[in-house]
Design a protein around this ligand. Structure first.
Ligand code: PMV
Length: 335
């Protein structure tokens, strides 16, 4: 193939940047939004960033195209495009451009199935787009943009243990790393029980819960104490304490979602079997606890010396399709 001088110049004029981000798993959950602009959560949250699951996103701003194009896992994705474009508009506004972009994103794990693909997706998107636009901004600015794409995405800008807290007036969010991955190298076994796209998205589930669940106000009222306890447990590297708070936060979140109208049941039978299996292991002395997001997959957080045994146990649970073992990972970065 011969490339004309013009084409070469054009290719140089629109450089593309690729960023990688990993999903994060909340130990103290975010569930519910405030009724104000900016996708501000109703509660703070605390998470760990994973290493084994990855999203890589390439962004190329191209003056030659009239509309954004979003390709997800090799296929054009018009249904995901409006959210992606709205998020890119924030960066375009910052850069003072209306130039459209070609966005290509790939996950090495099932998308929209309760594995936090939107968190890694929006974190990788803003980082690649910001660099492509030449923006010189801090990580916290990237976190703000990512949050507007998906609330939990702000946490994937950072690695290790991350807290997303509400400002004093609760009208803004501050996302901060608490410990690096190496400072407390826990591991996570993800038990995949279903790979289909979930039927009720997190945003829809949150809104239904906020407007109909009788437990919602107690959830909001008790979150600051949970966050405080979890933060202390992380800083003291107190595994047992962190496990108790995390399991309670997970069950609380699912409890209020179950009590919405109509109730939200994100779990499969295998999800519940995994929770029992993890509690049985803990009762016999294994340092392991569970959490489950808005989907049927179970995440077992454990000390590295028991990871193999936890994975073997979960793999043998009826209905578990696959287990994935992960270290804790780094924040979003260019690759
Ligand atoms: O970021 P969203 O809108 O996909 O919501 C995430 C919600 C949970 O994963 C269930 C909890 C959390 O804090 O990540």
């Amino acid at each position: 193939m011969t490339i004309s001088k013009n084409q070469t110049l054009q290719a140089e004029a629109v450089p593309c940047f690729r960023a990688q981000a990993q999903p994060n798993i909340a130990l103290v959950k975010y569930w519910g939004k405030q009724n104000i602009p900016g996708n501000i959560p109703a509660v703070g949250s605390l998470s760990i960033t994973l290493d084994a699951l990855r999203t890589q996103t390439t962004v190329r701003f191209d003056p030659e195209i009239a509309a954004d194009v979003f390709v997800l896992n090799g296929e054009n994705n018009p249904s995901g495009l409006p959210r992606v474009s709205r998020c890119l508009d924030l960066l375009r506004q910052e850069a003072g451009t209306s130039c459209r972009a070609y966005i290509e994103s790939d996950n090495n794990f099932p998308t929209a199935a309760g594995l936090a693909s939107s968190a890694s997706g929006f974190a990788a998107l803003v980082m690649a787009a910001g660099k492509a636009l030449g923006l010189e901004v801090t990580r916290s600015r990237y976190a703000q943009w990512a949050r507007q794409g998906s609330g939990s995405a702000a946490r994937s800008i950072y690695g290790g243990f991350v807290e997303m807290k509400l400002s004093k007036r609760r009208s803004d969010v501050i996302t901060e790393p608490l410990l690096d991955a190496e400072e407390w190298p826990l591991e996570v076994v993800v038990a995949i029980t279903h790979t289909h796209v979930k039927s009720v998205s997190s945003s829809e589930g949150m809104e239904r819960t906020r407007s109909t669940s009788p437990y919602y106000s107690r959830w909001v009222a008790t979150q600051d104490q949970d966050l405080h306890d979890a933060r202390e447990a992380v800083l003291a590297r107190d595994f047992e304490r962190l496990g108790l708070i995390s399991e309670q936060s997970c069950l609380k979140m699912h409890g209020l979602a179950l009590a919405a109208r109509p109730g939200l049941i994100y779990w499969t039978a295998a999800t519940v079997s995994c929770l029992h299996a993890i509690r049985e292991m803990r009762a016999s002395g294994y340092p392991v606890f569970f959490t489950v997001d808005a989907g049927p997959q179970v995440k077992a957080i454990c000390e590295p010396r028991v990871t193999a045994e936890v994975a073997r146990t979960l793999q043998s649970v009826n209905g578990v399709l696959k287990t994935v073992i992960s270290h804790l990972g780094q924040g979003a970065r260019l690759v």
